[in-house]
Structures are given as structure tokens and as C-alpha cells.
Design a protein around this ligand. Sequence first.
Ligand code: NAP
Length: 311
Amino acid sequence: MQQAQYQLIIVGGGPAGLTAGLYAARSRLKTLLVEKGVTGGQVLSTDWVDNYPGFIEGISGFDLMDKMTAHADRFGLEKKYATIVSLDLTGPIKSVTLESGEILTAATVILCTGARPRRLDIPGEFEFTGRGVSYCATCDGPFYRDQEIAVVGGGNTAIQDALHLTKFAAKVTIIHRRSELRATKILQEKAASNPKIDFIWDTQVLEVRGNKSGVDSLLLKNHSGDESVLNVSGLFVLIGIAPNNELLLPNHLDADKGGFIVTDEEMATSIPGVFVAGDIRSKRSRQIINAAGEGAVAELSAEHYLGNQAP
Ligand code: NAP
């Protein structure tokens, strides 16, 4: 039978992929991690991580991912920085086709493609992206020094990032579509007691408005149907995540209605030899520690699968 080049290919270099890579390299599996950008994933745009065990005073998202990358490197994980254009996961040998035309093969694959910020899909949002509309407080917060800005969303990301934005902005208005936040109590308390943060409840953003130099206001509508205008120079859209599943769905992996990939508790998908870990997986909790833990489980499952395939 034809031999695959690798025992394991890991797709994606966030906390899930890097942890799977660390375990695989330490187990001396012939492994390749393919990442299209830089390793670190979404955590790179997280200002501060306060709840990753072992970092008592907290750690910046950048530093945490730098350490995870260095840890996998210490065991000699082979990495390739390239864009994948297609995956063929059916059959005993899985193939990964790169933009360059190169085809890589492996006996098992762990998919850690993660997720990306969701959009509001309202008029003006696309037009003003990068000129007042942002999806990353850590990246763009410093551009709004002493300005009045808004955050839309009521989850952990929205509240944590609104707190971060108060370091720069004169005022941060959190616009939430309900009267209750989804974020944890400790974040709610911090936001409620921050003098720079205001809330607008039961309200949706209908339109982002502006001119050549960028955003100048938002059109809002509350639950009673009343419309109003809020003058701000920036809008941070922090309303959750959408799965990076474009390469995965053509392979007919089982997915939930949001497009996140369904696995069993060992991270096995509906296709033998294909495992999934991190934010792309269908689940309730999306923490860095979950992603890392799932990366470890997926790698151990891949090893188990390879053991059962051995002649
Ligand atoms: P999330 O928990 O799904 O919250 C999304 C928020 O956006 C919700 O408040 C939701 O409103 C609102 N929303 C969704 N669609 C909307 C729309 N079209 N218009 C207006 N508002 C909309 O997402 P997240 O905050 O990005 O967090 C994602 C995951 O990462 C969560 O599991 C979270 O716990 C985790 N996380 C953890 C930390 C941490 O531990 N420090 C930090 C950040 C994120 P409703 O409440 O009405 O649904």
C-alpha cells in the first residue's frame, strides 16, 4: 500500500494545534503542523489572559502563544507556513493541497482551524471596516485615544475588551440587544463600576454612519421601536465567533447548525483518522485551556488510531 509522508498533519497553529504538535513531537510521531499566518491564533488579539493556570499574575495573549510555540519547538515540531486550498480526508491516506500546488499526505489529521469574529451584517459595517469599525480591541484600541466609542455585544469578549478600551478612549458605550449580560459576574462588576463605561440596553445597531474620514455615528433602535443616533468615532463589533470550516465542509464531516464540527469526547469526527480540537469544535465552552486540552486529547486519539492501523 502507498505510504503517507507523515503520520500526522495538524492544520492550524493556535493553542489546540500547538498543544497537539507538542504532544506529537514529544511522542516522536512524524508530524507536520501547517499554519497559514503566524502561530498563536485568535489569542494573539487578546490583550490579557488572566485565567490560564500557572500564570498567577496573568499573561498577555502574545506572550502565552510565544511560549506555546517555543514549547513545541523545544521538541522539534516541524512547521510549514502555507495556505491550504483543499483537504481530502476520505480514505486511509489524507491529502492536504497547498496554494503552491504541493500535496502533503498523512495517515491522520487533526483540524484546529479555529473561528473568526462574527459580523453584524448591517449597512456601513463593511464600508467602514478599518476606518472606525473594528473586530479587535487589542489591535485597534490605541487609535481611539480620548475619543468616544461603542462596543456591541454582551459576552465575555465584549465586556473584557470594553474594559481594555477604557485605557485609551474617553468614553465606551456598550450596546447590548438584551437587558442582561452574558459575561461572567466578575467582568460585569468591573464594567459597572468603571466610570468610563456606559450601557445602552435592549438595543440593536441598525447602521454605521460616517464620512470620508471615518465613522461619526450609529443609528440605534430599541425594543420599543424607537430610533436614536449615537455620536461615536469607533464601533467594536464583539458578538461572538463563526467557524473557519470552509476547507472542512466539502469533506462531509458532521457539523452542528452553526457549522462547528461535531466530535465524540476523544475528539474523533465522523471520518476515521480525522480529529478536531479547539474553537472549530461544536461545544459550549471556548477557553484557551479547553483548546489546549482538546489538542492533547486529539493527539492521543490520533496515536491510538495509528496503533490500530499498524500491520
Ligand atoms: P458569546 O459568549 O457568544 O457572546 C456573544 C454576545 O454577542 C452575546 O451577548 C450576544 O447577545 C451578542 N450578539 C450575538 N449576535 C448579535 C447580533 N447580531 N447583534 C447584537 N448582539 C449580538 O461570544 P464571545 O464573548 O466572543 O465569547 C466566545 C467564547 O469565548 C465564550 O465561550 C466566552 O466565554 C469565551 N471567552 C472567554 C474569555 C475569558 O475566559 N476570559 C474571554 C473572552 C471570551 P445575547 O447575549 O443576547 O445572545
